[in-house]
Design a binder for this molecule. Structure first.
Ligand SMILES: NC(=O)C1=CN([C@@H]2O[C@H](COP(=O)(O)OP(=O)(O)OC[C@H]3O[C@@H](n4cnc5c(N)ncnc54)[C@H](OP(=O)(O)O)[C@@H]3O)[C@@H](O)[C@H]2O)C=CC1
Ligand SMILES: CC(C)(CO)C(=O)C(=O)O
Length: 309
């Protein structure tokens, strides 16, 4: 099995910085590459990550940009927002050889552009953690469960090796042989949180606190589970409801990323959540079954666009 020594994390945000620090503290060779900017010099940043369980974790991390690295030979981990994938796939094309690409992102179909560009090995992780940038290079981090990684394209034989490279006591990863149901469950949960919470301007705990809001979530869950099942992904409404309530309870008081993005006038990931769900429904001639998911997505997009004027 190939031993991959260098880990390239692309996207120096809340997830990327936590991963870089936990890997560095576990003696992995890691470099953080900027996702949205290029042509910058390389520099060292001191990054501090605060957790309830491990206190403050701190490491000096090399930060660089893609143009400084002609070849990415190792493990390439994407922690950028999903709307950056098309640009990154172009930028990475011809630079990564047969290095595996591992996407640590929410959403449906976020891997497609890498398949379209014939990247040989593509893996997806479903993140069960929350992290938030509190100040420059100060991140709060709450692991919720060990995050599964599964194969999208390529050979199964690398999966154990990839997990071995990324798994750390502070930020756990595991192999998953059937990643699609987990991707769908999380994407449906995010279609609920990332539209309803920004529209109500409220924290993630609302679904545990308010039956009416949970009833709306249940209607979205019902629509989206119908599409998952039509695609042959065996998940149930009860399972997704449980996931939504668990996330709501564990992240009570926290603002979902889309609400933070709207507040900071940044683009959102709604295209790879509600709209991706609607696109899949339409491709199955089932567009008429996802009207609430679609409307919530449209309202979220309008809210985001209006804030960014
Ligand atoms: N934070 C969390 O609690 C969780 C996040 N996720 C998912 O993880 C992924 C990363 O989220 P998170 O770290 O919170 O997000 P952040 O917004 O904190 O960071 C994302 C990074 O994406 C990069 N980026 C932004 N725009 C572009 C672009 N147009 N092209 C390329 N790169 C871009 C930036 O990197 P740079 O600064 O280097 O330019 C940015 O720092 C998302 O898919 C999110 O949904 C999933 C579960 C929990
Ligand atoms: C719902 C949550 C908080 C779960 O990790 C998440 O996925 C996000 O912040 O984007």
């Amino acid at each position: 099995m190939k031993v991959m020594e260098q880990i390239y994390i692309i996207g120096a945000g809340a997830v990327g910085k936590v991963l870089a620090v936990t890997l560095a503290l576990n003696n992995r060779k890691v470099v953080l590459l900027r996702g949205s900017v290029d042509n910058q010099g390389s520099y060292i940043e001191n990054i501090q990550v605060t957790t309830a369980q491990h206190g403050v974790m701190e490491a000096n991390i090399e930060v660089s940009s893609l143009s400084n690295v002609p070849v990415l030979n190792g493990l390439v981990v994407l922690t950028n927002k999903s709307f950056g994938n098309a640009g990154l796939a172009q930028a990475l094309k011809g630079k990564t050889g047969d290095s595996p690409i591992v996407l640590l992102q929410n959403g449906l179909g976020v891997e497609q552009v890498f398949i379209d560009h014939s990247f040989p090995q593509v893996y997806r992780c479903v993140l069960f953690m929350t992290s938030q940038v509190m100040a420059e290079n100060k991140i709060s981090f709450k692991p919720v469960a060990v995050s599964p990684i599964g194969l999208i394209k390529g050979g199964d034989n690398q999966l154990n090796n990839i997990v071995a490279q990324l798994n750390c006591p502070q930020f756990g990863f595991r192999t998953e042989s059937n990643i699609q149901p987990i991707i769908w469950k999380k994407a449906i949960a995010n279609s609920v949180f990332n539209s309803i919470c920004p529209l109500l301007d409220i924290d993630n705990g609302i679904f545990c606190r308010d039956e009416g809001v949970m009833a709306m979530a249940s209607r979205v869950i019902k629509e989206c589970v119908g599409i998952a099942q039509a695609k042959g992904v065996a998940i149930t409404e009860a399972e997704v409801t449980e996931t939504v309530l668990m996330i709501s309870r564990l992240s009570d008081g926290q603002l979902i990323s889309t609400l933070q993005d709207i507040n900071h006038k940044r683009p959102t990931e709604i295209e790879t959540l509600n709209f991706a769900m609607v696109d899949i429904a339409q491709s199955l001639q089932l567009g008429y079954t996802v009207t609430e998911t679609k409307l919530l997505g449209e309202l979220t997009k309008w809210k985001s666009d209006l804030h960014r004027l």
